[in-house]
Design a protein around this ligand. Structure first.
Ligand code: AMZ
Length: 264
């Protein structure tokens, strides 16, 4: 299912079978699958763990999972079931010590989600906005050992109005942590524009609604990313922020299969 600007009042269900969806995206070439437990994000603890467990069993593509992960036991459960990366959102603002410990215990597996509306971070299923700027939070987590930051522009999410390239660029330029762009992908142009700022540390993009409506095919998106990689110049390809470009590009195309049990 997909929401518009994260609002639980604007829900479109594209499939009632997330396991089947994940399999489909994998067949179309997804090399990473982004799953959000929306009920969990709202409730503050996981609500769809069994569905996620089934997805992990059914697909070989690695999963990144977020929504309601607020303690170490929940991370343990996800990692034990085979989830590759866990995404922490609300915890970034509410529990710094937990994020620090998580990065220590699960090096390379922790991704921070910064969901922002007009540059300010939102938490708890985006029902609560804060006065903290996205860049401020990101900077404050520099050196913790995060694998990446998923930066979502809430106003663009689910609207297919185009990625907020400017904000993504500003964030990537401000930190050394790799950034995964999210929210608003509307077509191939977004992918091409993101490849142009890839050298700043923009590692990938999450595509949601555009895939479900057919506005963009995963195959075309992947092709555009690979083309961008080939045309990248000025020796920036070999080593950016300690990561080989091959690694960064295999991570580029996540697909977004948000799951929710309940219908709002
Ligand atoms: O669409 C929403 N309302 C929404 C959403 N997609 N609310 C939260 N999330 C996602 C974040 C992140 O991946 O983008 O949930 C995760 C964070 O959850 P939490 O419970 O750690 O704040």
């Amino acid at each position: 299912m997909r929401l518009i600007q994260g609002s639980f009042r604007h829900v479109t269900v594209y499939s009632d079978n997330p396991v089947e969806m994940a399999r489909t995206w994998q067949e179309k070439g997804a090399n990473r699958i982004h799953v959000v437990d929306l009920d969990g994000a709202l409730a503050g603890s996981p609500r769809n763990q069994e569905v996620i467990r089934r997805i992990v069993k059914e697909v070989t593509a690695p999963l990144q999972v977020g929504g309601g992960i607020r303690d170490m036991k929940t991370i343990d459960t996800y990692v034990d079931m085979g989830v590759h990366w866990v995404i922490l959102g609300t915890a970034a603002l509410k529990n710094r010590g937990f994020v620090r410990d998580a990065c220590k215990f699960y090096e390379g597996k922790i991704i921070l989600a910064i969901d922002a509306s007009e540059g300010r971070a939102a938490v708890r299923g985006w029902t609560e906005t804060t006065s903290v700027s996205a860049i401020e939070i990101a900077r404050s987590y520099e050196g913790y050992g995060l694998d990446a930051i998923v930066y979502t522009d809430i106003k663009r999410d689910g609207t297919k109005t185009g990625v907020n390239i400017e904000a993504t660029k500003n964030l990537a330029e401000s930190i050394a942590i790799p950034v995964i762009a999210s929210g608003g992908v509307s077509g191939i142009d977004d992918i091409e524009r993101l490849t142009e700022i890839e050298h700043l540390g923009v590692r990938g993009v999450i595509i949601g609604k555009a895939l479900y409506t057919g506005a963009l095919s995963l195959e075309d998106a992947i092709r555009a990313g690979v083309r961008g990689q080939r045309t990248e110049v000025r020796g920036q390809r070999s080593e950016v922020r300690g990561q080989r470009s091959e690694d960064r590009f295999t991570a580029r195309f996540a697909q977004d299969a948000e799951v929710a049990e309940k219908k709002y």
